[in-house]
Structure formats: C-alpha cells, structure tokens
Design a protein around this ligand. Structure first.
Ligand code: HEC
Length: 135
C-alpha cells in the first residue's frame, strides 16, 4: 500500500514537471525585442518640423550626407544595382514623407529608426532635399 501511494505521488510530481516544461515560453512575439524598444523610442519622438532654416543648415545636410553614404546609396544610388530601389526624385518628395519612409520603412524599404538617431534621420531628409544631394 505504502508503495502505491509513493508511486502516485511520483506520477503527480512528474505531471507537474511536464506541465511546467510544456508551458508555453514567453510568447515568441511577431516583432524582435529590439523592434519593440525602437517603437517605443519612436513614439516618444516629437514630430519633426522641416522648415527652411532646418533644411538649409549645412550641419544637418552634412549629418544626412554621412547617413546616405553609409546606408542609402547602395540601394538608391545612381550606381546601385538596377531595380534594387527606386531612384529618388527629391523634387516630388515632401520632407515629412521622406522622414516617415526612413523612420518606418515601407514594403522592401527597411525601417531605420533602430539604426539611426532622430537627428540622423532628420539630417538625411535635409540632405535629400538639398542641392548637395548626389545619389
Ligand atoms: C535594402 C535596400 C534599401 C536601402 C538600404 C534603403 N532603401 Fe529606401 N527604399 C527601398 C525600396 C525597395 C523602396 C520602395 C518601397 C516601396 O515603395 O515599395 C524604398 C523607398 C524609399 C523612399 C520612398 C520613395 C518614393 O518615391 O516613394 C525613400 C524616401 C527612401 N527609400 C529613402 C531611403 C533612405 C534615406 C535610405 C537610407 C537611410 C534608404 N532609403 C535605404 C530600398 C532601400
């Protein structure tokens, strides 16, 4: 009799252990952890204001030129593999639109909010809208 009690306790213990093991681990969410953090960071961002003073400031244009050369030219540049990304037509693009695409991505255009700071993403808008822009 004592033996049988022992074994049923074992079965219970084993059952508990199995239940624990098979409990779903923290949901392997859709977005990677970094993306959640970045979304929160972006949520805290003020809406940028692209006035003439900002867009024409050589400091901002220079910041953006570096971003462009680092991460944009290889897809959008005039020497990029054809079909990789559309050639940008700055005259037809509103600064707010560029900032949104750069920050949030769209289709095959990656989001850069986890890569580039707010200032860098604003800078690349200034660069694309500037006369210095050289794709
Ligand atoms: C991996 C290649 C790739 C890289 C790198 C990339 N883009 Fe793009 N980008 C795309 C593609 C593809 C689209 C078109 C997305 C669509 O409309 O479906 C696009 C669209 C855009 C658009 C919208 C253009 C329009 O006329 O609708 C802007 C603005 C833009 N990218 C800016 C940038 C900037 C600035 C960078 C650097 C921070 C960058 N992209 C880096 C692939 C890339």
């Amino acid at each position: 009799m004592g033996n049988r009690q022992m074994s049923s306790r074992w079965v219970m213990a084993l059952g508990c252990a199995l239940a624990l093991l098979s409990a779903p681990a923290a949901p392997a969410g859709d977005a990677p952890k970094g993306a959640v953090v970045a979304t929160q960071a972006a949520a805290r961002e003020p809406t940028p204001k692209f006035d003439k003073a900002f867009l024409s400031d050589p400091k901002n244009i220079e910041t953006g030129r570096k971003v462009w050369e680092m991460q944009c030219r290889h897809c959008h540049g005039s020497k990029a593999y054809p079909g990789k990304a559309p050639k940008l037509k700055p005259g037809q693009l509103e600064p707010d639109f560029i900032f949104d695409r750069v920050t949030n991505g769209f289709g095959k255009m990656p989001s850069w909010k986890a890569v580039f700071s707010y200032e860098q993403r604003k800078g690349v808008v200034a660069y694309i809208k500037s006369d210095d822009f050289w794709p």
